[in-house]
Design a protein around this ligand. Structure first.
Ligand code: NAP
Length: 258
């Protein structure tokens, strides 16, 4: 992978902590010699993400709250000012209000909860690709998002996020169709459960992880580093024939009938 992503430039969203999936992706891409542009949601996270960025080859650390049009516009201007093209975008963003992610789906779901989860977790992927399409190098770029099995199966507590992830996965196919003629690929990684800040908001994440460990073919949970390696593959030319796909990186859990 090294020679393929080396010196390429990737915009990476969604680093909230060292446990973030986006952190694992940034670490692996950086290890392979890529240059990174990192975004954070708001001023509260600036210092932390800048500190992470110091250990990698980071060109810039930019604020981007995907729910806020002005913040997105400012982010585009900041990337423009770097006068560089992009070889890839990593969308690693999701949010639903905590009360949405517990109890019976029909009791928890509200119009506001539905709209917010879909806005931040699914529309934002389309918004980022719309905003940065012209920055992506034809035939040398790929976009990537993160999804979860709850889009395909009804899982306890995942609730509205399952709907948002189903929408996100459809967006992968529609954007792949749009960008394919330019040789730009779009895929998603469906990751097994990992204890991150976002996952901690799901009631029952502990039992989701225990089940994944018990029932996956590999008999263990996966790591953010492993997702990083899968991401490096999907962002590199080694995956040049793969687009519009949901790639499962879950130790085989989704394929098991146990
Ligand atoms: P995480 O570390 O908490 O990352 C979630 C990120 O979303 C955070 O950086 C958060 O930023 C960001 N975010 C939320 N609202 C935002 C907004 N309005 N604008 C910009 N950024 C915003 O959790 P994670 O598990 O790594 O999640 C990354 C992705 O992987 C998500 O799409 C998640 O659904 C997916 N995924 C996770 C798992 C898992 O088990 N962990 C499994 C499959 C898929 P702030 O913290 O700054 O708010």
């Amino acid at each position: 992978m090294q020679h393929d992503v080396q010196n390429k430039i990737y915009l990476i969203t969604g680093i909230a902590s060292e446990r973030s999936i986006a952190y694992g992706i940034a670490e692996v891409l950086s290890h392979y010699g890529a240059k990174l542009i990192l975004t954070y949601q708001n001023e509260r996270f600036r210092e932390r993400v800048e500190t992470y960025g110091h250990q990698w080859n980071t060109l810039a650390t930019i604020e981007c709250d995907v729910q806020n049009e002005a913040s997105l516009a400012e982010c585009i201007r900041a990337v423009e000012s770097l006068e560089c093209k992009l070889n890839g975008i990593v969308h690693s963003i999701a949010y639903a209000d905590p009360e949405q992610l517990q109890g019976r789906f029909l009791d928890a779901i509200t119009r506001d909860g539905f709209l917010k989860a879909h806005d931040i977790s699914a529309y934002s992927f389309c918004a980022l690709l719309k905003a940065f399409e012209s920055f992506l190098v034809p035939n040398e770029s790929a976009a990537l998002t993160l999804t979860y099995l709850g889009s395909q199966r009804a899982l306890p507590s995942y609730n509205v996020m399952g709907l948002a992830k189903a929408s996100l996965e459809a967006a992968v196919r529609y954007t792949a169709a749009n960008l394919g003629p330019s040789g730009i690929r779009v895929n998603a990684i469906s990751a097994g459960p990992i204890k991150t800040l976002a996952a901690s908001g799901i009631k029952g994440i502990k039992s989701m992880m225990e089940q994944a460990q018990e029932r996956s073919f590999l008999g263990r949970n996966i790591t953010t580093r492993e997702i990083g390696e899968t991401a490096a593959f999907l962002l590199s030319n080694y995956s040049s024939a793969i687009t519009g796909q949901i790639i499962y990186a879950d130790g085989g859990y989704s394929a098991s009938a146990l």
